[in-house]
Design a protein. Structure first.
Lengths: 251, 251
DNA sequence: AGCGCTCCAATTGCATGCAGTTTTGTGCGC
DNA sequence: GCGCACAAAACTGCATGCAATTGGAGCGCT
């Protein structure tokens, strides 16, 4: 259990992975907002690669749910619905409870130090931009996942954490990250103490409170999803008579 | 909640998706065993597309963890270690508990009928090959996930279920699927009754027993991973003198 | 102005070609 | 027969080119 062979899953240093990493980071730091267009040409030019590679990278990110790919259309940064955001958080809670359950009482001194150092970094970045805070907070969770030495768990936690970041930029009001930092510290100490039930609960409530602070209202304010906005009206109308909407492409 | 908009994430009808589906199915039906080589040329020729497309499909499947992609090397069907298999099942348990938790007491009559019909199909296929039984059993779980109307949950449950199929063909002895069918029926009836705690427990034990029946011993019998098989011997030898193994490529 | 139509630039879908790397097969010395 | 060097084949990494589709500007009509 201590020295599980850490097999490299993928994500080496080929150009596709480089682009994926760059885009992922741009997305979670909200340099690319949901709905932003990602033409293959531009990406290729920007990263000095051919369109083929850019396209491949977009395919990967689409598989992770970070970008949306519609046939013959320009790829865009994903715009999850409010419900999808909530679903993502629900899944994340279960996965991260699993993480801390596996980790409770099994961390080395060095690992605990590493976690504390990371939270210190979060603390230090408190004066910076929200984007950096969010990235650091997310990386804390990924760091935890990595300590399980389970590549699959790392992958899923990372993916779902990224998705949650995405929703933060959609539905969240400017929020304070301070309590998150304290909660991170509490989780570390509970992990060190080895109190499995306690740490699972802490993680649960931590994520739940992040979700609740982020997903304030079921009515998306800045949500770009035209369909969701129009849904109630559409129902209304359907009751009266049929109206021709301009080719709503829900399919 | 009843009529959540079912947004299509990807996986439409472009050639890449077609190839992915075909390969996925071939893998879970064990027509392609773990370790099987997947050269881009051959795939392209087989499916009547260019290498570009085959390559893209392999990339997607690699992102799902079904194939392994090493730089400049032929892609192969993934060969998860025993520990990875166990991890996959652990994650799967949590995810599917979440599925049934969301579903308990919320299924329509039609949905329950659909589930029952599926289990009937599983029953009917009992005389057939193991491969078909495994596929049907897996599809039952995916069907459940789909009923949550949460695209993210569907994606993760599907992926992890496929991965579990993969490990079945690696570490499992020829097994009986009959109890699984009964357990499926029990889950459906508990879902219909709406007993949340009960159905979560049923799902937990169902998957746990599948895992335990499959992952019998930490020593893989038919495991193709040369490294794992040779590990104890290598240790032995190392104690005496150094032996030159032919370029073991663990990286 | 508002609506519909046509046509063109922008963009994707896909195949092919070339360069570099790995694997395989072959011949040679022992 | 056995091991080894070397060359040929196989395969991947990536760029480019062409056809098909889309989005939108421009334009005429009401």
């Amino acid at each position: 259990m201590a020295a599980r062979p850490t097999k490299k899953t993928s994500e080496s240093s080929d150009k596709v992975s480089v682009i994926c990493r760059a885009l992922r980071r741009a997305i979670i730091e909200q340099a690319l907002e949901p709905g932003a267009k990602l033409p293959e040409d531009s990406l290729g030019e920007r990263f000095g690669v051919s369109r083929t590679i850019a396209r491949h990278a977009l395919g990967q990110l689409a598989a992770e749910g970070l970008v949306e790919l519609r046939r013959n259309r320009i790829a865009v940064v994903a715009t999850p619905s409010w419900q999808e955001a909530r679903d993502a958080f629900d899944i994340r809670i279960e996965l991260e409870r699993l993480v801390v359950r596996q980790l409770a009482g099994k961390l080395t001194k060095a690992q605990i130090a590493e976690l504390n150092a990371h939270v210190d970094a979060e603390d230090g970045a408190r004066g910076g931009t929200d984007a950096v805070s969010i990235r650091l907070a997310t990386e804390f969770h990924i760091l935890l996942a990595q300590m399980t030495n389970s590549p699959i768990l790392v992958r899923y936690v990372s993916e779902v954490a990224y998705r949650c970041c995405l929703t933060l930029s959609l539905y969240s009001r400017p929020h304070s990250t301070e309590c998150a930092i304290n909660e991170h510290r509490a989780i570390i100490s509970a992990l060190a103490k080895g109190d499995e039930a306690k740490v699972m609960d802490l993680m649960h409530h931590h994520l739940d409170s992040v979700a609740n602070r982020a997903l304030v209202a079921p009515t998306p304010q800045r949500g770009r999803d035209l369909l969701d906005i129009l849904a109630p009206y559409a129902d209304d109308i359907a009751g009266n008579r049929v109206v021709k909407l301009p080719k709503v492409a829900r399919s």
